[in-house]
Write a protein that binds this ligand. Structure first.
Ligand code: FE2
Length: 226
C-alpha cells in the first residue's frame, strides 16, 4: 500500500522588511546642486558629533528641512513612510492600527572617500515606531563597476562600499546547519532609496579608489493624529 501523500505547509519565520524605491534623476540633480553648495560653505553645520560614521576624509553635514530643493524628497519619504505603516499592519493582520502620520524630522548628508566607513549601528528615533533610511546621490565608478557576485572569498572586495543590514546571526557555515544567514548586502545605486525600521542594524563597508560616495540619511517618526 502506497504511503499517503501528506500536505505540508511551509511556515516562514520572518522578522521585518525594507522598502526600496528609485527617486529618479531630476530629484537627484537638484539635491546634488544643493549639497555641492553646503559642502563648499564653511558655515554649514557638521552633523558628525551625532553620528558614529568614521568619515575622516569626507564630511557629514546637517541638511535643512526647509530647503526648496529638499522638500520634494521629504514628501516622497513621508509618502513611502505612510505606505510602510499601512503595509506593516496589513502584513501583521493587526486591526488595532491607530491613525498616524509620517514625519521626516532629521536629515544629513554623508560625503565619503576611500577608507571612510560606517560601523555597525542602529538609529534612535523620536517615537517608538520609527523608520530610518538612505538615498544615494553619487557613487564612485569603482563601486558601480563592482561585481554583482557577493562572494567574499579570495579577498574579492565584492562588497566594498556596500550597505549591509544585519538582522540576526550571520553564520558563514549557516546553510550547513539549516540556518539562513540574517544579513543582506546592498549595492548602492544613484537614486535608490531604502527605508527600514530604525532599530535595524546596518553598516557601510569602506571602498578603495577615486571619487565620492554621497548619500543622504534621515529619520522618520510617526505622530498620532488628533
Ligand atoms: Fe545609519
Amino acid at each position: 500500500m502506497a504511503a499517503k501523500q501528506l500536505e505540508v505547509d511551509v511556515i516562514p519565520l520572518t522578522q521585518s522588511f525594507i522598502f526600496k524605491a528609485n527617486v529618479g534623476q531630476a530629484i537627484i540633480s537638484s539635491i546634488n546642486q544643493y549639497l555641492d553648495e553646503i559642502l563648499a560653505d564653511e558655515n554649514t553645520k557638521s552633523h558628525a558629533h551625532k553620528l558614529v560614521g568614521q568619515i575622516t576624509r569626507g564630511k557629514q553635514l546637517e541638511i535643512s528641512l526647509e530647503e526648496d530643493r529638499i522638500i520634494p524628497l521629504i514628501n516622497i519619504i513621508q509618502s513611502l513612510g505612510q505606505n510602510y505603516y499601512e503595509y506593516f499592519y496589513k502584513k501583521t493582520e493587526d486591526t488595532s492600527q491607530p491613525q498616524k502620520t509620517a514625519h521626516v524630522y532629521t536629515m544629513w548628508s554623508v560625503h565619503s572617500y576611500a577608507g571612510d566607513y560606517n560601523p555597525l549601528h542602529d538609529h534612535g528615533n523620536q517615537t517608538l515606531q520609527g523608520l530610518s533610511g538612505s538615498l544615494y546621490a553619487k557613487i564612485p565608478l569603482v563601486i558601480q563597476e563592482s561585481s554583482d557576485d557577493l562572494d567574499l572569498s579570495n579577498a574579492s572586495g565584492n562588497q566594498n562600499g556596500y550597505l549591509q543590514f544585519v538582522y540576526g546571526d550571520s553564520p558563514v557555515i549557516g546553510p550547513s546547519m539549516f540556518k539562513i544567514p540574517q544579513n543582506m548586502a546592498v549595492k548602492p545605486v544613484v537614486g535608490d532609496l531604502y527605508l527600514w525600521p530604525s532599530w535595524l542594524e546596518h553598516m557601510v563597508y569602506p571602498f578603495d579608489g577615486e571619487g565620492e560616495r554621497r548619500s543622504i540619511a534621515f529619520n522618520v517618526s510617526f505622530q498620532k493624529l488628533g
